[in-house]
Design a protein around this ligand. Structure first.
Ligand code: SAM
Length: 471
């Protein structure tokens, strides 16, 4: 999600970067209330201003949570259960009438150019699949159906597909063959295009051929949080409905195993905190022992499972998850759990009053998706690269047009500003697109990119989760 208006550039080349940015998402709601937990930030990037993600206490991060007094009843749960209730339970944040757009801006809300780019991707996937009789467009975590509405609009309005996009043989009837389908926990919004199927669960495994897109869904899949205690022991963080935390038991074995594979802990060295050690793909699993007290991690296993299930619904095609993300080499030492409400980043309070989100370990999701489908190699692109590969240039119109076609010039100028926002490397452009091919589709055929090279994610060669290890 993001919250920042776009602005056009200075008159030469690419439109100036808009402010703004960032994003979220989940799998399956809480009640409660919170009042004065806004930070001073408005219209800022979720990606770069995580409450818990910017450093140790005193430097924008969290103070280590305190262990509970022995025997004291806490009424607290882990963050995963608390988030589940807060977002999706009775009266939960995502069941509110205003929908996600009432509280933050995703790429979908930022500009119709985003839906047009997805329409372009859809036409390419359709071609790669040989124009199947039924072409699915499955939007998981569809919000109020804005993306599907925008794609249908782009496909039926002349001249709106990506720059240089020409329909291939068999593409003419794409809209007639299209099965637009939303998977969303909130109810179908009134007035949605009747062509859009609306469901609260995934279609059956291997039942669809086409494009699956999940824009800011995975960051709303609830996860537990683990924090290293003063003795260097990773413990589950327990939270009360008012957001106060305490440290619970040592991380359960399944969480510890996921962390060992995917989230290397920072450690104190003689020269200070080693917050960005070299955690390559061949690194040994991390037992957590000796980790820096106060370090925090979000346990991504539920997201891996959610993504694997989603990808499994494709018989053939391309699955794309778009989110603010990190990979094993760059985990944030204090996590990124944060809240959003009314366009502001706020303290995460699991009372249903705000969104609760944390950046996504998309490399772990990729590995789970690949194992689930025995699919082709997943690729991770920045949104900036992906949108450019889909024809989103973000160039200002020539100034001369201002005198010959002032209205057209202003429209083009406005679109250039929106494109700049969507591709801003300090904002939405830094989101990651996890592209997971299934069947005959190759990512390079539908998203041909020049430099920088996308990260080709290695597929773990074993049955369990996690990256390959050095032998
Ligand atoms: C941050 S919003 C993104 C909405 C939209 N994709 C966009 O980009 O504007 C995340 C959405 O995912 C939905 N969601 C979360 N978990 C879900 C699940 N398991 N199944 C379906 N929808 C889910 C939420 O209800 C919410 O509408």
């Amino acid at each position: 999600m993001t919250r920042g208006p776009g602005t056009a550039g200075d008159g030469t080349g690419e439109a100036g970067a808009a402010s703004g940015v960032s994003g979220v998402s989940g799998v399956s709601g809480v009640s409660g209330v919170s009042e004065t937990n806004e930070t001073s930030e408005t219209n800022e990037s979720k990606a770069t201003h995580g409450v818990g993600g910017t450093g140790p206490a005193g430097a924008g991060g969290r103070a280590p949570s305190s262990p509970p007094p022995p025997g004291a009843p806490s009424g607290r749960t882990g963050w995963r259960a608390a988030t589940e209730r807060a977002l999706y339970g009775p009266g939960g944040f995502y069941h509110r009438p205003q929908g996600p757009a009432g509280h933050f801006r995703t790429s979908v809300h930022a500009s119709p150019l985003y839906a047009r780019a997805v329409a372009t991707l859809l036409t390419r996937v359709d071609a790669a699949l040989g124009h199947p009789a039924e072409l699915a467009l499955l939007d998981i975590g569809a919000g109020r159906g804005e993306l599907l509405t925008g794609v249908l609009d782009a496909l039926t309005t002349p001249g709106q597909r990506g720059a240089g996009e020409r329909p291939g043989a068999g593409a003419g009837d794409l809209v007639a063959r299209l099965r637009p389908c939303a998977v969303e926990r909130a109810q179908r919004p009134a007035g949605l295009d009747p062509r859009v199927e609306w469901r609260d669960d995934l279609p059956a495994p291997s039942s669809l051929t086409g494009l699956l897109i999940a824009n800011e869904w995975l960051d709303n899949v609830p996860v537990d949080v683990v924090e290293v205690d003063p003795d260097g022991v990773p413990r589950q963080v327990r939270v009360a409905p008012d957001g106060t935390e305490e440290l619970g038991d040592p991380a359960p074995p399944a969480d510890a195993a996921w962390l060992a594979d995917w989230w290397p802990w920072p450690r104190t060295t003689e020269s200070g905190l080693d917050a960005e050690p070299d955690h390559g793909w061949d690194a040994e699993p991390d037992s957590g022992l000796g980790a820096e007290p106060g370090s925090r991690a979000e346990v991504g296993a539920p997201r891996d499972a959610a993504w694997a299930r989603a990808v499994r619904s494709l018989r053939a095609g391309l699955a794309v998850a778009v989110d603010y993300a990190h990979t094993r080499a760059s985990r944030p030492p204090y996590g990124t759990l944060t809240g959003f409400r009314d366009g502001r980043e706020v303290r995460p309070v699991p009372d249903g009053s705000c969104d609760l989100t944390a950046h996504v370990a998309l490399d772990a999701c990729a590995a789970a998706g690949a194992r689930a489908t025995r699919a082709g190699t997943p690729v991770l692109h920045t949104q900036r690269d992906a949108l450019r590969a889909l024809g989103l240039a973000g160039r200002r119109p020539p100034l001369a047009r201002a005198s010959t076609d002032p209205a057209g010039y202003l429209r083009a100028l406005s679109l250039a500003g929106e494109a700049a926002e969507l591709t801003d490397p300090a904002g939405l452009g830094d989101f990651r697109w996890l592209c997971q091919p299934v069947g005959p589709v190759a990512v390079a055929d539908v998203l041909p990119l020049s430099l920088p090279l996308p990260l080709q994610l290695p597929i773990p060669p074993r049955d369990g989760s996690g990256p390959p290890r050095a032998s």
